[in-house]
Design a protein around this ligand. Sequence first.
Ligand code: ZN
Ligand code: ZN
Length: 329
Amino acid sequence: MKALQLTAPRQFAPFVLPEALPPAAGEALVIIHAIGICGTDVSGYLGKMPFMEYPLVLGHELGVEVLAVGEGVTNVKAGDRCSVEPYLNCGHCHSCQQGCTNCCESLKVLGVHCDGGMRERMVLPAVKLHPRNTLSYEQLALVEMLGIGCHAVNRANVSAGESVLIIGAGPIGLTVLEFARLAGAEVSVWELGQARRAFVEQNYPGVTVLTEPPAEQCAQVVFDATGHAESMAETFRYAKFTGRIVYVGITKVPVMLDDPLFHRRELTLLASRNAVAGDFHRILELIEAGKINTEAWISHRAPFDELPSTMMSWVTPGSGVVKAIVNVS
Ligand SMILES: [Zn+2]
Ligand SMILES: [Zn+2]
């Protein structure tokens, strides 16, 4: 079957993979229909992911169809359309025992730590498939990304009427925005890029879009979705006394924390990593009920065979990509 391998930074190579084996007990064989391209894929493509090893098959935002299931599988059946939870966890470490499958101590994320879904078919643990036959494969491919925002907002336990500041309105900031809005929060977004600000203004009428740095103590909950160490350090200033701060973005660089401010305001600092199965279920319901409409996010599409020639144009600054989708079949 056809597959695409990232052999080195900026180099996709089409190659032929042996046909997937029939699914064993607890597994399902799936057809990959739609693949979302996200910041992780872009960083890997550009060679900016320090722990990513080449060659690697990318692809962790997947909309798939079940072709066959192995023994004992009851949550999905042949023909089901599913979103894939790409976080392969061990099931027995400290995190897994507490149900925190999102931060398993030996977590393997498909397409990041091990080969992912840029191929025609693959075998996956059936428990990582979340079916919803009323949704399109493109919608299903967006669920994982939405999970990032869903989990982050859950981490901060955002409630109705709370003031929320989101720093950065890239795709991850937008997912946080979706769930902060659903929680009934008063949301402000600070984004330096004019095109991204315009996107928020156009698609989220009730949201305040800031062009200037936010005022001190403007929000009860501050989300950093930039992944920039300096921005992450600054979040403390924007939090009200007793406020919460969630780092959704990641940096390799140490973040300098203003401890006197942290203590005086008795702030709570939270990390947010990936998402859990319950987030996937909730998101599928919300999309089905029309409470999340991500149609506007899909700005670019390409057929699978054209990805090697198209990817560079998507990662070039000024490309205007919000979300790009690869259609496999
Ligand atoms: Zn992603
Ligand atoms: Zn584990």
